[in-house]
Design a protein around this ligand. Structure first.
Ligand code: GLA
Length: 401
């Protein structure tokens, strides 16, 4: 077996044949094995506002999860993962329910349950082998990559022709109803619709996107993984969502006629904001209002090739997430702080839900090697263990390979 994070589609196919070669009733060893790739994502800017009707600016990156699938002649479903132990066996006629004992298979069953709710039927079963080059629980959407990659693989294999947008919505529905995580639409959407060499300006109120060329000149994004286990992430995430709802309700009760927090401009908030009496809620709302504004300025800066300005907005976003939204913590703050002092780094911020996970930095290509070495040293000195680092390029959304 190959090193983790070094899997190629070829290797996955070889392993698929090995895992599923034994003759057994219901297995079609001559059947076609189809292969799919699903990317990780970074969010360049626009954090914790997808569920507040805001604009976000994510990009799919060139780190992929691969999914190989082959139909069976009976109704059995079999899942294996190259890196996670255990074989999970189900049947297309099962009533899929979340079960902790099913581990990663829950993400797959969640998708199947959403498909069934939409009236889709499975004429036969199938077997699946997954292998991911995306660090898990790392804040660059390993779980959405799995959900959307699997959903696309099943949809294409059974000719369901589900649109990319619907793949994203299904991934989100599965998180809400099956996994009990009240996430926004950003991760699934960018993974389903991403395009190489672009980032996406996604309007989360309308669920519509626009591709923006990702012209970074001599700069690259470096992903910096805290490698911190994110135990509280889901509960804290849901807590932030309710705090936003509370803030919106207070503003609406005071007469502000807006459907969501991101419909409020910084100017309007400067006067209307005082209707929020709770200081914590006030800061949560201030983050959303200012972050939405930063996204639009960041996209304008990128379009005008003003990379330093973009970088500055990344720092401002991080500060707001640290001070107003309080979702960073010592690990992410250290990464960003140490990164900001390195030659060639013009911007950095946490990316994703926070509470651990990953940060990103915009770094000159000639400085990347030293940058990684120095930030690694500075980070481990403070937190006592090493982080994970890699430079990335943009990637494509889910696709067959
Ligand atoms: C997680 C969620 C997204 C989004 C981010 C924070 O990644 O899945 O919907 O809310 O956190 O921006």
């Amino acid at each position: 077996m190959k090193e983790k994070f070094d899997v190629t589609p070829e290797l996955l196919k070889e392993n698929f044949i090995e895992v599923y070669q034994a003759a057994e009733a219901g297995r079609d060893t001559n059947g076609e094995i189809r292969m799919f790739a699903s990317p990780a994502r970074i969010n360049i800017i626009g954090e914790h506002i997808d569920y507040n009707g805001g604009f976000v600016f994510p990009a799919a990156i060139d780190r992929y999860l691969y999914c190989a699938i082959r139909k069976r002649t009976d109704t059995k479903i079999i899942y294996n993962d190259l890196f996670f132990p255990g074989t999970y066996t189900f049947d297309v006629n099962d009533d899929f329910k979340f079960d902790k004992a099913n581990d990663y298979a829950n993400f797959l069953n969640g998708i199947l349950s959403c498909m069934k709710k939409r009236g889709l039927t499975f004429p036969c079963g199938f077997e699946v082998l997954v292998a991911s080059n995306v660090p898990s629980a790392g804040g660059i959407s390993s779980s959405s990559a799995l959900e959307c990659g699997f959903a696309w693989a099943v949809s294409e294999t059974f000719g369901f022709n589900i649109s990319r947008k619907d793949i994203a919505l299904m991934g989100q529905q599965s998180e809400h109803e099956f996994m009990n995580v009240n996430c926004g639409i950003m991760d699934q959407y960018i993974i389903a619709t991403g395009k190489k060499d672009t980032a996406e300006l996604l309007d989360c109120a309308k669920i519509e996107h626009e591709y923006v060329p990702l012209n970074l000149g001599d700069y690259r994004f470096v992903v910096m993984n805290t490698k911190k286990q994110r135990k509280l992430a889901d509960s804290k995430y849901n807590e932030r969502r309710s705090q936003c709802e509370e803030g919106l309700a207070a503003l609406q009760a005071a007469g502000l006629n807006v459907p969501d927090l991101c419909s409020i401009t910084p100017d309007v908030f400067a006067t209307a904001g005082s209707a929020i009496k709770d200081e914590v809620i006030y800061r949560r709302v201030r983050h959303c209002v200012t972050e939405n504004d930063r996204v639009l300025r960041a996209v304008a800066a990128l379009r005008a090739d003003k990379l330093e300005e973009l970088g500055q907005l990344l720092y401002e976003s991080h500060n707001s997430l640290r001070d107003d939204y309080e979702v960073t913590g010592i690990e992410l703050d250290t990464l960003v702080e140490v990164a900001s002092k390195q030659p060639g780094c013009i911007g950095a911020r946490m990316t994703g839900a926070g509470f651990g996970g990953c940060a990103i930095a915009l770094v000159h290509k000639d400085c990347t090697e030293d940058f990684i070495k120095n930030v690694q040293a500075g980070y481990s000195k403070v937190v006592g263990y090493e982080g994970g680092f890699f430079a990335c390029s943009s990637g494509d959304g889910v696709r067959e390979i």
